[in-house]
Design a protein around this ligand. Structure first.
Ligand code: BGC
Length: 418
């Protein structure tokens, strides 16, 4: 019940824009500095991971972790349409190489929310050429680093805006919520989308409606990028990662719950059926009543982001993903924003307990990548939310390893919970 398989990937994750710093050609950088920006603060130098990655990967390996998920940044690699920066590509090749030299398996995300400014200006994911543009970029990245990369994620959480719109956390571009249900109360100011709402805000460029990327476009872009990656050097396992909140039905909410789960999760999991794996990213649950999302239960403990502390969500969503996608699962994100590192350990222990239960029941789980390696830029919430296993001093960039990091490293070394 508490044993993890040989070769299990134990690690942590980051995203380029959240840790690198100076990502000036990205759409969100522009959004952070725009008048009336919804960002609490700009990303700025972030954790200066762009320069300090050798130290960070060294720390991760020293803890006993054997995998690192990080993003390559499209806005750096293709700062103008059709111009690919050899220097940026070389940088990411060095990062992958540093992982391998440290005995760390690299898990590379090709797109984690940010896109180049030129791509956003051309309509972003709603632009006519979006699919071809992303596939061309994916091909170029793969040509440069694919021979060294065993795991590739095309998109990070392409379903996240859809999820927030369907939960009523952000307003839909259209009046209806896409569920085909009669108007309810519209839900409460839900919680679990707070972190990612920065990227949606940046992409929409206004405080108004939220055009959720269309699943057909994202699935087509994913499929074409998978082909590009598979045609390049190396033989990486390729998939995308999904935001899988543990959606639960409250009394009377069954119809709305089923419709929400279908549109925000199951339709997207269907796309993964043709992939090598599906990346599961889970933080909490949301309960759905007849009128929408219910508030966090009275008295329940919450995180800095206001999300209910509900570690059972991981086991639940891993089972859902395995059942619906029918492919191996890689947990590409799971974690908690808290200043209380003991609470991080307790949350992660309970989440891993649920994951071990899945494995004992025969679910094919390939790894667990904790969000996040570093305290980093939590989108619109800025730097106040601390998800990291390692703290970062905001004025000196000095790293401080937290007890939770050492605790996770011990579990990784042992390959078992207790
Ligand atoms: C995203 C991360 C984010 C985390 C916590 C996920 O939705 O992929 O970029 O920092 O959740 O909000």
């Amino acid at each position: 019940m508490n044993q993890f398989p040989d070769g299990f990937l134990w690690g942590a994750a980051t995203a380029a824009h959240q840790v690198e710093g100076g990502n000036v050609n990205a759409d969100l950088w522009a959004g952070e500095w725009a008048p009336g920006s919804r960002f609490a603060e700009p990303s700025g130098d972030a954790c200066d991971h762009y320069h300090r990655y050798p130290e960070d990967i060294g720390l991760l390996a020293g803890l006993g972790l054997n995998a690192y998920r990080f993003g390559v940044e499209w806005a750096r690699i293709e700062p103008e349409e059709g111009y690919f920066s050899r220097a940026a590509l070389d940088h990411y090749r060095r990062m992958v190489g540093t992982c391998l030299e440290n005995g760390v398996t690299p898990v590379v995300t090709y797109n984690h929310f940010t896109t180049p400014r030129w791509f956003a200006a051309a309509g972003g994911w709603n632009g006519t050429a979006a699919v071809d543009r992303f596939a061309r970029y994916a091909a170029r990245v793969t040509e440069h680093i694919g021979d060294l990369v065993p795991w590739a994620c095309t998109f990070n959480e392409p379903n996240v805006i859809s999820m927030m719109v369907h939960l009523g956390i952000v307003p839909a571009a259209a009046r209806e919520d896409g569920l085909g249900l009669p108007d309810g109360t519209g839900g409460t100011a839900g919680t679990a989308g707070t972190g990612a709402d920065g990227q949606a805000g940046g992409q929409s460029g206004s405080g108004g409606s939220w055009p959720a990327p269309n699943i057909e476009v994202m699935a087509a872009a994913h499929r074409k990028a998978v082909e590009a990656i598979k045609s390049g050097p190396g033989n990486p396992a390729v998939g995308w990662t999904l935001a899988l909140i543990d959606l639960q039905s409250a009394d009377g909410g069954e119809v709305r719950w089923a419709a929400t789960r279908q549109a925000a999760e199951l339709d997207w999991l269907d796309v993964s059926r043709d992939d090598d794996f599906v990346g599961v990213q889970t933080y909490t649950r949301e309960r759905i009543g007849p009128g929408g999302v219910l508030p966090v239960p009275a008295g329940a403990a919450t995180t800095q982001t206001g999300w209910e502390i509900y570690p059972q969500a991981l086991g639940h969503t891993v089972r859902l993903a395995a059942e619906h996608a029918g492919v191996p699962v890689l947990v590409t994100e799971n974690g908690i924003a808290t200043a209380d590192d003991e609470a991080r350990i307790a949350y992660t222990a309970a989440a891993l307990d649920g994951l071990a239960g899945c494995i004992a029941d025969g679910v094919d789980v390939r790894g667990y990548l904790h969000w996040s390696l570093l305290d980093n830029f939590e989108w619109t919430s800025g730097y106040a939310m601390t998800f990291g296993l390692i703290a970062v001093d905001r004025s000196t960039f000095a790293r401080t390893v937290k007890p939770s990091a050492r605790w996770l490293g011990e579990i990784a070394r042992a390959g078992r919970l207790r």
